[in-house]
Design a protein around this ligand. Sequence first.
Ligand code: C5P
Length: 216
Amino acid sequence: MTSLTGKKIVVTAGPTIEAIDPVRFLSNRSSGKQGYLIAEALAHRGADVRLVSGPVCLPCPFDVTRIEVESACEMLAAVEAELPADVFIAVAAVSDWRPAETRARKAEKSALATTLHLVENPDILRTIATRKTGRPDLVIGFAAETHDVLERARAKRRRKDCDWIIANDVSGDVMGGDENAVWLISDHEEIVWPRTQKAGIAALLSDRIVAAFSGI
Ligand code: C5P
């Protein structure tokens, strides 16, 4: 099998945290495991992997260069600093919002509920996928959906302008289980991957990227 030697791949992983004040923040639930496993699988296939990671409790995978960030804005800047790249894979659970201002001093509890204003964070995946210059050849996103999975994932792929989207059904009690199907959706095909364990998804996705670059 052809390897990914000579390919530079940027992967985002983990949550972002958005500071409210020195002690409080907004964030998302994310272990970072899926992104780290993908980074590891790609490095194993010879790629030069840059893992732009929010705060997680995971060691840096072997042969991967990790760039540690906290907020969505930092994550976007770190990804852009790694371009040009051949592939971009957005696995991070980016916080949709950040406080309009980060207070230098701990805010009064009573004041926060009425004075905390949020602004939307940049969509990192869409920003990279819609770049006029230096867009990676292959841009891949993830879509975890609780309903109308395929329909919503297809729409998300178009909205974000990414080439592939990995969709999974996180409804009911499938979160963390082995039962949910995962789909790879591109503009011309939809492939079901019955294996849903995170290491399995990392291996299948990496092999698919190898195949895409070898023209299979
Ligand atoms: O819109 P939604 O959060 O469901 O999209 C998920 C996909 O978009 C994931 O690939 C995620 O990493 C990426 N994303 C991003 N920046 C955001 C929000 C989501 O890169 N601000």
